[in-house]
Design a protein around this ligand. Structure first.
Ligand SMILES: [Fe+2]
Ligand SMILES: [Fe+2]
Length: 201
């Protein structure tokens, strides 16, 4: 069923408690079709809303593309490249916890480790500037010893903190579209999303 066809049929309820089995079967079908188009909405959002966040030599859209480009050119695996592209997607509406927003969008489709890197990149990025604004640049040290600690340090050092350069040869969003589509086409919550040690996440 197409997204348009699914959305042309509406459930009947005005209060959820009045909904029928047929309503909720219909809504499950609608939700399944809607979910298939998540990648399209993510890509559209990057191209529009993220382009409106100013303040540095590149806007957040360009910073995101540049971070993903550096990850791609480092031959990072595909979900890591997509994570690099999306890592700041929460900035426009959750600037103080944007890393968690990005991680939650990716969470059903990526490894627990990639989730952890994205979820904690904000405090790890603090190593580069917290001391300039009265905060502790070593705040990330409370996570030292975590299995994803070094990967998060590396994500920030090699790609995130380095990607504010307007003269860098940044790849266009179109180059990443197939990668984003493939990651969001994965089965949600498959085996790769589970940590070997649940205490790690
Ligand atoms: Fe960030
Ligand atoms: Fe960033």
């Amino acid at each position: 069923m197409s997204e348009q066809a699914a959305q042309s049929r509406n459930a009947s309820y005005r209060r959820m408690k009045d909904g029928t089995k047929a309503d909720y079967v219909l809504m499950a079908e609608n939700a399944a079709v809607f979910t298939q188009h998540t990648a399209d909405r993510v890509l559209s959002y990057i191209d529009t809303v993220l382009a409106g966040v100013p303040g540095e030599l590149v806007d957040t859209r360009e910073h995101s593309l540049q971070t993903a480009t550096r990850a791609f050119r480092s031959e990072a695996d595909e979900e890591t490249v997509v994570a690099a592209l999306l890592h700041d997607i929460g900035v426009p509406f959750a600037p103080d916890n944007h890393d968690q927003i990005a991680a939650d969008i990716l969470r059903p489709y990526v490894s627990w480790e990639t989730d952890w890197v994205v979820r904690h990149h904000g405090i790890f990025q603090g190593y580069y500037y917290f001391h300039h604004v009265g905060k502790d640049r070593d705040a990330r040290d409370k996570f030292r010893g975590h299995p994803a600690f070094e990967k998060t340090v590396s994500f920030c050092e090699k790609w995130d903190q380095a990607s504010f350069d307007p003269d860098y040869d940044t790849m266009p969003l179109s180059a990443f579209e197939p990668m984003v589509q493939r990651i969001f086409a994965r089965d949600a919550w498959d085996a790769r999303t589970r940590a070997p040690d649940e205490n790690a996440v």
